[in-house]
Structures are given as C-alpha cells and as structure tokens.
Write a protein of this length. Sequence first.
Length: 294
Amino acid sequence: MQLPFAVRNPSLLTQLTPYVVAAPFNRPLLDVSPFGASPATVIDPTKLESASFLDLLHRLDGLTFGPEGMPMPKWVFYDCAEIPGAIYGLACPAERLWPVARELFQVPDGYAGLVPLSMYIALPMQTRGVWFGHNLASAGPALRTAGLLDVDLRGLGALTKGLALRCFGARTFWGATQWLSKALFIHVKFGPLRLATAWTPAHSEHETLTYGFDVTDASLRASMGDPTVTLPKIDPDFWLEGHDTTAMRDLQDRIEAGERFVIPGAPRHSQGAVHVPITQVPAWGPGLGHGLGG
Ligand SMILES: CC(C)(COP(=O)(O)OP(=O)(O)OC[C@H]1O[C@@H](n2cnc3c(N)ncnc32)[C@H](O)[C@@H]1OP(=O)(O)O)[C@@H](O)C(=O)NCCC(=O)NCCS
C-alpha cells in the first residue's frame, strides 16, 4: 500500500495489508482507504466466515494485553468493540507469514486468510466525530521477543493508530492509558494531550490517565512519522514520576478544582524511573482542548 507522505518505517506499507472489522450497519460511515491507502479487507463480525480471523484477533489481544493483565474476554470483544465500534489494523497473509509468527499466533493448519499483526479499536461517543480509544495492540514487540529479528516492524503501533483514526473519521479523540505504559510514547506523537484524569479509581488500574486531543491532518501525519509535519512545542512546567501515586492524586485534585494540564511530549525513562512532562494551560483552547468544556 502507498500513502501520499513518508512514514517512519515505509517497509510496513509494503509488507502488510490493511483490514477493518465493522458491523454492516457501521461500515458505510468508515473510510476504508484512509489517506488513499489501498482499501482495507472488511471483516464482518456478524458472518460465520469471519470466525477464524476474529479468533486470531483475539489471540493478538491475548499476546499483547495478557502480559499487561488486561486481556479481553471474547464477549467484551464482541459486545464492546466489534459491534458498536470499529477496528482497523495491519495484517499479513497467512501464506507469507514468518514461521515464528505462525507459531506465536497458533495459526490453524490450512488457514489461508489474513493474520492480524496490529489493531486499533475505538468507540464512537455521543457527539458525532468524538471517539474513545479502547485498545491499541502491536505484535511487533512480542515477535521481536520470540526471535523475529530480521523483520523491521518498528512504528507499527503508531502507524496503526494514525490510519485507524482517519478511517473512523475521528475529529476529537479521548483515551485512557497507564502512566507507565509504553503506548504513551505513541499517544504523544499526536500532539499535546489534555489531561481529563490523572488518578482514576473508576478504572481497574488506578494509575490510569484519561487524555484527549484534536484529530487533524497534521496530528495524524506527525504520529506516523511524516518528517514534513512539525507540531507546536510546549515546555514542561514539571515532571510526574510514573510510580508516584501521591503526585497523581495531587494532580487529580487540581484537575477537579478546575485547573487544566496537558502532557506536551514524550516521557523520559532512566534507571527504572519514568518521568512524564506536564504543562499547565489556561484553558483547553483550539489545539489543546475541546469536548470536555473549559
Ligand atoms: C504499546 C504497543 C502498542 C507499542 O507497539 P510498537 O509497534 O512497538 O509501537 P511503535 O514502534 O509504533 O512505537 C513505540 C514507540 O515507543 C518508543 N519507546 C518504547 N519504549 C521506550 C523507552 N523505554 N524509551 C524511549 N522510547 C520508548 C519507541 O522508541 C517508539 O517510538 P519511536 O517510533 O519514536 O522510536 C505494543 O507494545 C503493545 O501492543 N503493548 C501491549 C498493549 C498496550 O499496552 N497497549 C496500549 C494501551 S493504551
């Protein structure tokens, strides 16, 4: 597949092929050729013929979120993702799949369809164009750990999320992640993240932050590594250490008191510590805030 701009790892575009999981009633609202990419293979979760692919997708979830302690039961996948939302990802046809991946995914003998190597799931919220991210998964790290070292899958997570948000027609995005999650490195590629929560007991992982951003051409292209796009840079006011639950609670109190903060850039990892930059802003104005007021 081709895109009209350069991405961080162009080999992903030549090696992999896109797919979309969408119920027939949601399908017409999706752009299956985001940025003019080759049309994604549409998987209809209401059809029996989709069962093997969806089993492999569930396996991808287990391989990536299992170690994080948050694998999805199959019914959650169906009720809370495949039917009400949309899934976009990149896959490899089974006949071209590397043996180590075939083993990791336990691809059934005789299966000749696509094997999903990444997925992004999001759900539409009440306001048109506002989406909530439910799951980002990339088999890249698991395949590297399993010994697939001669195939370059770097950038797979970011490319998948960027193309997916365009496919879904998202204009405003909200998501939740953990302060220590590696995925935070991907989320900040879309620009400054508005912080809606910093300490979240409503989530099974209390050290969860809820974040949002405006989805623009620039934010999507920047996320995928287009070198011609530069997003505005904001200096941090302070750094929050990703294990410091007291700092998370203090920040949560300040957010609830009406103060506004963004994460302006990538975390810094050193010697087991993770420092996330935080900047106070007067308001979530254009480019910084939209959709939750203030
Ligand atoms: C998180 C996940 C999607 C990343 O997938 P991936 O294919 O490795 O992602 P990418 O290669 O696109 O990006 C990873 C980025 O994080 C950076 N990164 C990761 N760990 C880092 C570290 N310790 N220090 C600095 N950068 C780091 C990488 O360098 C890369 O950024 P770059 O492209 O600017 O170099 C994958 O590990 C996964 O599926 N994890 C389990 C599920 C999960 O946690 N999902 C997110 C829930 S919000």
